[in-house]
Design a protein around this ligand. Structure first.
Ligand SMILES: C[C@H](O)[C@@H](O)CC(=O)C(=O)O
Ligand SMILES: [Mg+2]
Length: 458
């Protein structure tokens, strides 16, 4: 083992695990298109030649998707293991580009889907490692970088017709003088959060009410509810929530891609009476012009369109922003190619003057997006106007460094890294399907997995 005074030099191994939590049993996370999600992650650990430094990263799926992503991480392993850490740090955009464009693997992308999710887990793990080596939380590591250094992290290919390197550099330089005072402000005041936990679609009315009251007591002033399966149910549930939270608190709705374009417009015309702040994912995540049509139709109600949690890459975001098809940009920290691609989107959103309100309904996402949003505040926007970070109070107990909220505000994380390190016991108990918790649930018949049952008979 190397001395702790030295920094690690090489990545010597990559470990990848399929970690799942049985959230479908309690309908946590349920929505109109995903009625039974098991919040899950493909968890990557990058081991180095110094045992004191392990980078931990993840990407999110809702269960069986883990099987595919785990294989994809294995396929990318040869581009990671044995690499020198400093080489990657110095040429990160190149490394990220190599991962995204390996000549034979890219056919199953390119830069989208399973292969891109796998890459996100690896890239996020590298950022956790970098933060730990630098002894800084990732938001601060990034905030202290020079504008030129930040630019060097980003692959401008396919986006420089909208945002050139020079333009991005100018945005960063313009904000440079305000970084110190913004850091002090956000450290003291925190970043406003909203909760989605009042209205997962599988929750009954009693739970809606109870959760609404609880989060109101905790100081939340913004709430999101799932909609999209049955219009009369939606109206009843929205009436309940409005009754609990009052007329003035913010209320957003999320359809998780349930509708066609005209259906989305008609449905939202009906729900507009509940004073809705945004409609999220009204239709296919790839339909830029469809989102534009929905935005234009709902403008008269003051309802904005939010999307991005399933936006597959920076090129799609470029088009959404260019077209003016979204009013709230919802990057997902575990999607695209991980943090570097996310930075590109933050810069494009800054140019477009569109607020970023990241998606974090999933395991490990609140942990990461808090870093991104602190970076955005300090380095780019200097504003919390129209900006919120999603908060769900699920599964944080499995992380070594969970987010710290006070009065419905996220405060900047101070632990080193990207807050993505999971507890040893959680990895042991929730690895699928061999972990102790899963074995118990499956053996007792308390959880059924038709895919596992099918495999038994092969
Ligand atoms: C399946 C997930 O829980 C999804 O519904 C989360 C989501 O859309 C959100 O948090 O927004
Ligand atoms: Mg959503």
């Amino acid at each position: 083992m190397a001395s702790i005074l030295n920094k690690p030099k090489r990545i010597i191994d990559l470990d990848v695990r399929d970690i799942r939590f049985p959230t479908s049993l309690t309908a946590d996370g349920s929505d109109a298109t995903h009625p039974d999600p098991d919040y899950s992650c493909v968890y990557v650990r990058l081991y180095t030649d110094d045992d004191n430094y392990v980078g931990c990263g993840l990407t999110f799926t809702i269960g069986r998707g883990n099987e595919l992503v785990k294989h994809a991480v294995d396929s990318l392993r040869f581009l990671v293991v044995r690499r020198f850490i400093e080489d990657i740090q110095e040429n990160m955009a190149c490394w990220v580009n190599d991962l995204a464009n390996e000549s034979q693997l890219r056919w199953v992308g390119p830069e989208k889907g399973v292969i891109h999710l796998a890459m996100a887990a690896i890239v996020n793990a590298f950022w956790d490692l970098w933060g730990k080596i630098a002894k800084k939380p990732v938001w601060k590591l990034l905030s202290e970088m020079s504008p030129e250094r930040i630019i060097s992290l980003i692959n401008f290919k396919y986006i420089n017709d909208y945002l050139s390197k020079e333009e991005a550099l100018a945005i960063l330089k313009k904000n440079e003088p305000f970084k110190r005072e913004r850091e002090l402000w956000i450290t003291k005041r925190g970043f406003p959060a909203y909760t989605t936990q009042v209205g997962w679609l599988g929750y009954d009315d009693k739970k809606l009410r109870e959760n609404g009251r609880k989060f109101l007591r905790d100081g939340f002033t913004a709430f999101k509810m799932k909609v999209g399966s049955d219009i009369e149910d939606d109206k009843r549930r929205l009436r309940i929530i409005r009754e609990v939270i009052g007329p003035n608190n913010k209320l957003m709705v999320d359809a998780n891609q349930k509708w066609g374009v005209q259906e989305a417009i008609d449905w939202m015309n009906e729900l507009a009476q509940f004073n809705i702040h945004w409609i999220e994912e009204p239709t296919s995540p790839d339909d830029v012009l469809g989102h534009l049509k929905v935005s234009q139709a709902l403008e008269k109600h003051g309802i904005g369109v939010a999307t991005g949690e399933m936006c597959q890459n920076r090129v799609m975001f470029k088009q959404f922003l260019q077209a003016g098809a979204l009013q709230f940009c919802q990057i997902d920290s575990a999607r695209m190619g991980g943090l570097n691609d996310v930075l590109a989107v933050y810069l494009m959103a800054s140019k477009a003057g569109i607020p970023v309100c990241p998606h974090s309904g999933g395991v490990g996402l609140c942990e990461m997006v808090q870093h991104l949003q602190m970076f955005d505040y300090v380095v780019l926007s200097g504003s919390i106007e129209n900006r919120l970070i999603e908060f769900i109070d699920h599964l944080h107990e499995h992380f070594e460094f969970p987010p710290k909220l006070g009065r419905a505000r996220y405060f900047p994380p101070m632990d080193y890294g990207y807050s993505t390190e999971m507890k040893y016991g959680s990895i042991r108990d929730y690895e699928y399907p061999e972990g102790a918790t899963w074995k118990r649930l499956l053996d007792k018949g308390q959880y059924r997995d038709p895919s596992l049952e099918f495999k038994k008979y092969l």
